[in-house]
Design a protein around this ligand. Sequence first.
Ligand SMILES: [Zn+2]
Ligand SMILES: [Zn+2]
Length: 270
Amino acid sequence: MPPRRSLSLTVLASGSKGNCIHIDDGETAILIDAGFSCKEITRRMELYNISPKKLSAIILSHEHGDHVTAAGVLSRKFNIPVYGTTGTLNAAGNKTGTLFQRKDITSGVPFAVDRFLIHPFSISHDAADPTGFTISSACAKIGIATDLGIATTLVKAHLMGCHALVLEANHCPDMLDRGPYPWALKQRVKSRAGHLSNTAARDLLGELANPSLSHVILAHLSEKNNLPEKANRIVGEALDQTTTKLFTACQPAPLAPIRLTMPAARPLCA
Ligand SMILES: [Zn+2]
Ligand SMILES: [Zn+2]
């Protein structure tokens, strides 16, 4: 079978009320996280003619409700295996219930889902064993890192050389300080196990920008402590000298699919 030469990336929703990303090369389709209702996820999929019946995997980054809410229902309804670290799957168990199939993965150990090679890596967040991911297909490498308090050297190493990135730009520190959250929650968001600010995302992106990076999607924006235009402006500073396209995902509506085509790219996996 010839390697596929395009990959579609659709952020169905992103934010503290629910996260779900669809990736499809025409042969294999996966979801990263399924953090809002099954009904709403399938409704948003229908908008782009995405069928849940074609999903080969649901891969969970961590057990927080905004990432796992519909994982169990989707898994049982459409016979989809659910992947996650043992810590994540154990901690998510009371939210997901019984899964069609449980697939334990290990941080740092790559695994294959059909034609995708997926590399989970540890992120700093207040969950049992949270991970970010890179997903490599025959034509492109996508990096996903949301829900991380700091961008460690390990995170940077994994996200190097991506063609597309879904990157957290959670809050504006000033808005968070002046905003409505109770003190303890503000401290949690700002902590090493919390969420990445606009300026931290900009600094990270500054290190990751490369000529092959065609698309960046800002994700997991706080609805109370950030504004899309502010995140776009600040994080976008890292892309000033590049041709990389910058998008911002939001909670109420999906971001239209982004198609990555790399006709000249050397296959990353067979
Ligand atoms: Zn989250
Ligand atoms: Zn979280």
